[in-house]
Structure formats: structure tokens, C-alpha cells
Design a protein around this ligand. Sequence first.
Ligand code: ADP
Length: 610
Amino acid sequence: MTDKNDINYRKPSWLQRNVKYIYITALLVWLPIWLWISWVTLAEQAHKDLHHRVYDDLSLFADSLNSELEKYQFIPKVLMLDASLVAQATNKSLVANADQSNQRLQHIRQTTNADEVFIMDATGTTIASTKLENIGNRYQHSPFYSSARAGGSGGFFTLGLHAGIRGYYFSEPLFEPDTDEVVGIIVVKVNMARLERNWLNKATPMLITDEYGVVIVSSTPSWLFTTRSPLTEVQKHHIRATSKYPMVSFPLLQTKVHKNTPYGQVVSLPKAGFKRVLEVTKSIPALNWTIYGQGDLGAAKRSVYQGAAISTLLWALLLSLAYVVTQRRLQLLETLHRREINQNRLQQAKDQLETRVTERTQALESSNDELKQAQQELIHAAKLATLGQLATSVTHEINQPLTAILVSAENAEQWLIRQKTDKALDNILQIKSLAHKMGLITSHLKTFGRKTDEKNEWVCPQTALDNALSLLLPRIKLEGVETLIDDMSAIKVLANDVRLEQVFINLLTNALDAMEKSICKRLSIYFQKNSSETLSQVTIYVSDTGSGIDSEHLHHLFDPFFSTKDVGVGLGLGLTISYSIIKTMGGELSAINSADGAVFAIQLQAKNQH
Ligand code: ADP
């Protein structure tokens, strides 16, 4: 059953009810989004980093290539001032100094690490060379010839027609000092393989295309002399005209562009490990070349995977941590709230209990009062009943003096008629004494019959006993009961004398009833005093020689309505009332059987009399 006033726990808040779902939703929604954001950001960063790395490698390679080529570019510039070489070109000392001249070229080649140093005459025919087998070769279609022939510097990449070696040719004109006429051309050829050797085995794969898109340098040798896009007829014609390459058709380097990004193109190239690479380009304007570098997207992707996984995991951890912290905080708040409610409930229950206790106490007090009232009424009723029972013997008691008064009155009358006033006075005095005696009996009955209060005081039990005996005396005499009574006039007990008298009347009446059929009828009343330092008690015994009490009845004697007497004779309340009267005096009433009959013991507090 719940109390209407019961304090209820508040309903769980929206957050309390939904925190779990918020967490799950956040996990389901935010984790993929976070994963995607991490993925995009990290991939972008990885591309950027890869681009930077590849571009740096490309720049280094380009710079190094440039500086190497520049170094070789200067050699013919220095050699063009050499008079012996000019003389050689003009054939002035050709025969005499041919060997000497070749040795000199050889010396230059060795010192500069060039692939070949040779001199052409003004028609483009090799007249002296570090490679003797090349003497007689003609280069009149080569741009490096035409540039020098026109008096300028020449530079040209080509695949050697004769030896098939990729080389870069630098040329300078040899001027006739007197006429400033170009009489020959000095050429220094650099082997490209030598220049690229130190770079192509680097971590970043690279390739270089020339102005036509033909791959002329590559870390993958099979891609050499392929093209990134098909050549146009004009380009082919140009190649043919300049004898740049011995062929004009080149296989196409199969390149698939997947994506254009701000950091380069994502492409596939026909080689294992080049399925998806980031291709970064850089042009070398001086040479009209383009350099390509391929960055490994696979490795970058792996690091993106790892980064995205770690970041997502961290996010999940952070989310879980936030969930746990929120959950704990909500639980704590709930616990505090419940504790407060419980305390309030406890207080409320305490208050209710106190109110109930007060109400019950009041109810108990009032029913106690009612009970006391009823008890008083019962005692009084019993007393009146006793009076009724005593009516016969009281009538007998009153009749005797009444008869005596009548006789004395008649005697007094006679004596007055005879003028014997003294005799008449005697009779009148007797009448007076008898009337006084009657007055005593009636006044006692009046006192006994009236309602008494419960007040206990130190009284002499002898008075109460005498009063009781005086009321029962006619019956005692009538039934020839022998009485043995101790003198108790010296002791005082804590009692209410009218009530004590009521108890005596009850006990004596029961004793007389029990002895009705006895041959020996003896009523003994005696007492025993027990004194200690703190307590003084007296026990008054009422003993008879009656039927005694059945042992099975002993425990029920003081129960209400227990009676062995005939219906209408006994009500079974006498001992019950006597018991409660003695209790109100702070005493005890008990019964035992003696050898002759029954003994009732009244134990009362006695006044210490020193
Ligand atoms: P009542 O006298 O109306 O029966 P009591 O309460 O006075 O009621 O007595 C209860 C019963 O106790 C009596 O009926 C009787 O059987 C028994 N009793 C009381 N006094 C004596 C006694 N002196 N001797 C034997 N029995 C007694």
C-alpha cells in the first residue's frame, strides 16, 4: 500500500533516459564521419607530403643535371680559343700534327670525363676525334652543327647514329683569327648514362622526356625511347630532319590517368609496383625537357590507413570516456537525489510514527481510563452484590436490637406508668445503646455501599477485618463456625480500607461456603511479617477447613466467571475482583491447599514501625 503523501523519486531526466542511445548514435553516426574526415585529411596530407618529397628529389636531380651539363658546356667554350685546334680545323697542320692533335683531344676528354671530343670542319665532317673510328662522320643536319656554323653555341641531345649511345652534344665554332670565319666546330659529347647514374637508383623512380615527349632518361630502362603521347607528323619530320634519333616511331608508354590532384596526377604505369602512383612533374626550361617522378601511393595509403584507424580509435575512446564520465555523473546525481528523498521519507515516516504514537497513547490512555472506570463500576457492583448477599444476616443483626428496643420501650412505658422513672431511664438508656448499635451497623453498611476512590493509605487491616466479620457474624454463629483470629491492630498496611474489607468479605464468604458441609468448621486468620532493610511486607492468611480446591482449578481461580458453585449462587467474579483490588494496592493474592482445606494469602506492603 502506498501512502498518498509518499515522496516519490523524480522521473529520470531526458538525458538519463537517453544517454546510452546518444552514445550509440554518436558511435554509429560520428565514427564513420570521423573516419571519413580523418581519411580525407590524412590522405590529403599524405599526398602533399609525397608530392613534396618527390618534387624535392626531382629538383635535386634537375639541378644536378643542369650543373653537370653546364660544366660540360664550358669545355668547348674554352677549347674554341685554342689556336692549335683552329689550325687543325683549317687543315694548316693537319698532316703533321694529326697524332699530336688527337692526343691533345684525348687528354681533354680524359680530364673532363667527356664521352668524346671531336672537331668538325666547316662542312660538318669529323676531322679529328678522341674516337678514331668516328673520323669522317658527318653531322651537317644536326642542330649542334648548324648553331655553331652560324657562329653561336650549340647544345643537342641525340641518340648516336653510329654507336647508339644517348649523348648530349655541346658545340662551339672555331674562328679563323684573321677573317673571323667559322673554319671548324669543336664538339664535346657527354654520355647521358654517366649523368643519370647517381640519381636513377634513388628512392623516387624518375623519367625525363624531351621536347617531343620521348623518354630519354628513365630509372626503368625498358621505358627508354617510348613516348608519353603519340608524335605528330611535324614532330616526326623534325626528328628526321635533325637526325635526332635514328627512328621516328616510338612505342607508347601506356599511362592511365586515374585522378588529377593539386599535388600531381594519380596514374598507372606498365610495371609492377606502379599501379597507382602519384606522378609529379617539373620542367627543365633550359633543356626543354620535363622530368617526371613517381611517388609510391601504396606506402602513403598504408600510413593513411594507420592514421585514420588510430584517429578513429582515439575518437571512439574519447566518446566512450565522455559517455562513462556523463553516466557516472548522472548516477551520482541520482544517488544524491535518492539519498535526499530517502532522508525526507525517513523524516516523514518518523513524523507519522510520532503522530501515531501520540494518537495511540491518547487512545490507550482514554481506554485505560474507561477500563479503570469499568473496573470501579464492577467493584462497586460486586460490593452491592455482597451487600445483597449480606442482607439476610444484616436483617437478622438489626432485628435482634430492634426486638430488644421494642421490649425495652414497652418496659420503659410500664415503668413510667408505675412512676418508676429510674427503672424507665435504665430501659431508655438500653434503647439508646441498642439504637446506637443499629446505627453503627447501618452506618457501616452505608460506608461499605458507597462508591470509594482508589486512594491507598497506611491503614490497620484489623479494622477492615472487624467490619467484615461484623457483617458475617450472624452467619458464622448460625453455622457454628469456630474462629481463630490473630490480633493485627499493631500493624499498618498500604491499602484502601473499604476495598480491603470487600476482599475480606469475599474470602470469608468463600471460606464459609466451602465449610458448609464440613464437620469441623474452623476459620483461622493469622499473619506473617517479612521485613528487610528496604521493604517491609505482611501476609495475611485466611485458612478454612472446607472442601479445599481441586488441583486442576488452582490455575483458574482468579479467572473471571470461574465458579464451581451452582448457577445463581456463584458468579465467579469475587476472586477476580479481589485479585485486582490487591494488585492496585501493590500487593499479591494467591491460594493454596492446606491439609484441612484452602488457604488464601494476601500480601501487602507494611509500614516499618520501630
Ligand atoms: P463465586 O464465589 O461466585 O463462585 P469466587 O471468584 O469468589 O466466585 O470463587 C470462585 C471459586 O473458587 C468458587 O466457586 C470455588 O470453587 C473456589 N473457592 C473460593 N474460595 C474457596 C475456598 N475457601 N475453598 C474452596 N474453594 C474455594
